[in-house]
Design a protein around this ligand. Structure first.
Ligand SMILES: [Zn+2]
Length: 466
């Protein structure tokens, strides 16, 4: 039996009725993979436990990142200030494909480790990798990193990737007949073989890419399979204007209506983004209990934002948070979520700190159908992060949740525990070798960038090289 006893200046605990509360000068006990004590008084029975005593620490549930792409660090310094003018400024169709086409499995694995390191260092304990190109390799990478991870294998009916471009329109060749279901079958094979691997730290979802990439026949099959295997479905939805144009031209309806007609809606579905959803579509999401992965930074850097987190919440939509792109810092993402909701609503009361904190913890867990993560409560999984609030960017602290969200960054996290195991203690990684991961990521990125022929044409340097 292994035990850890944490003591901190504040504990963000969950009461029996589900309300999140702060305990001042409190304790959290861990026994094996579960939380065995949360309270104000020092508990008995932890005399032999490993002690994590943080005088200025905020002990909180590990953050739940419900939408990211492992390879996103490869696009750092490439996608900023850029976009395809013929595609409403989107980077999806030319920029990302330039990088993907130049990436080998080895490069990707190196970047994947960097992503997991970023999560552990930033207090993220659960992650949902969307549309994984290397889902089988990913199983072991998650397993060995120590984090809790969901994998959504890339599943669509595309004849080839990248999509064909004529400079103005998306031209999407789809497979036909039995061929249409090949990637879905691969998704099913991976569910059968790996769902629940590494003591159930690794789980597999169904991962249809996005509406234009998925023919209705395949989507209807995805719905049936989710019932058979009882796994969540994640999909990009109402993500770009181009997506909406394409679905309207092809099927005569809006993209979320298209998904709903083909069964991809409901409490076991996470829509990523929905930035371009109509009010009618938002109401449908609320009525059906469909979850949303809100990823503020990837949109706000392109001049767009979801309208709004507070509005979605008022409608009754369960919204979790994802990092989607770089940096994979959930604390920064919480800050953007509150700020952009205030901007969208022109109201300082919009998306207050308690709501945003809930989105990054409880709501993310709910979106995944989990009642055992995203909270500090006896019996829950021991997925815990400790934030050191005694840093120049956080002191002085009156309300640690407000300060975390308004001023904190991933660098403030001092300790991360997943499934009862310490992955970082006092800002030092325990399982991963930080220097090795960094060196390998540098060399993989340089190799990928060297292989991408249009890199400098698509994304000129901000200052010319002298
Ligand atoms: Zn995405």
């Amino acid at each position: 039996m292994s035990k850890i006893l944490l003591h901190g200046a504040w504990v963000a605990a969950e009461k029996d009725d589900g309300a999140q509360v702060l305990i001042k000068d409190g304790y959290v006990g861990v026994t094996d993979d579960k939380i065995s004590y949360v309270g104000k008084d020092k508990p008995a029975g932890y005399e032999e436990a490993e002690i994590i005593d943080r005088k200025y620490g905020l002990i909180m549930p590990g953050l739940v990142n419900i939408h990211y792409h492992t390879d996103s660090p490869l696009t750092k310094g490439f996608c900023e200030d850029c976009g395809s003018v013929n595609f409403y400024g989107s980077i999806l169709y030319e920029y990302l494909t330039e990088i993907y086409a130049a990436t080998t499995t080895e490069d990707w694995a190196a970047i994947c480790k960097l992503s997991f390191m970023e999560f552990i260092k930033g207090g993220v304990t659960t992650s949902v990798e969307f549309n994984s190109y290397f889902p089988v390799e990913m199983v072991d990478l998650i397993g060995q990193s120590g984090v809790r991870g969901y994998i959504a294998p890339e599943t669509n009916t595309l004849e080839k990737f990248p999509y064909s471009l004529d400079g103005k329109n998306l031209i999407i060749p789809h497979k036909t007949g039995d061929e249409m279901f090949k990637k879905l079958q691969r998704n099913v094979d991976i569910i059968e073989k790996y769902n629940g691997a590494y003591d159930d730290r690794v789980r597999i979802t169904l991962g249809p890419t996005e509406p234009p990439a998925c023919r209705p026949e395949m989507l209807r099959e995805v719905r049936k399979l989710s019932e058979t295997y009882k796994v969540p479905i994640t999909i990009h939805a109402a993500e770009t204007r181009l997506e909406r144009d394409y679905i309207k031209d092809e099927y005569g309806r809006d993209s979320i209506m298209y998904l709903a007609e083909n069964g991809i809606i409901g409490p076991d579905v996470i829509y990523a983004h929905t930035v371009y959803a109509s009010e009618e579509e938002k109401k449908l999401m609320a009525e059906t209990g469909t979850n949303v992965a809100h990823c503020p930074s990837v949109f706000f850097t392109r001049g767009a934002y979801m309208k709004s987190l507070q509005h979605y919440t008022n409608l009754g939509i369960n919204v979790g948070i994802g990092t989607d792109t770089f940096p994979q810092d959930m604390i920064r993402e919480m800050r953007l979520a509150t700020n952009l909701s205030k901007v969208a609503d022109q109201d300082f009361r919009s998306a207050k700190s308690d709501l945003v904190f809930r989105c990054a913890t409880q709501n993310g867990a709910k979106a995944l159908g989990r009642s055992d993560i995203g909270k500090l409560a006896v019996g829950a999984k021991a997925d815990i992060a400790v934030v050191d609030m005694d840093e120049f960017n956080t002191i002085p602290v009156r309300d640690p949740i407000k300060v975390l969200i308004s001023c904190g960054t991933a660098h403030n996290v001092s300790d991360t525990i997943v499934d009862g195991k310490l992955l970082m203690k006092d800002k030092k990684l325990i399982i991963m070798d930080e220097e090795k991961v960094k060196r390998e990521a540098w060399s993989a990125a340089n190799a990928v960038w060297g292989r991408a022929p249009r890199l400098n044409e698509l994304s000129p340097f901000s200052l010319p090289m002298f």
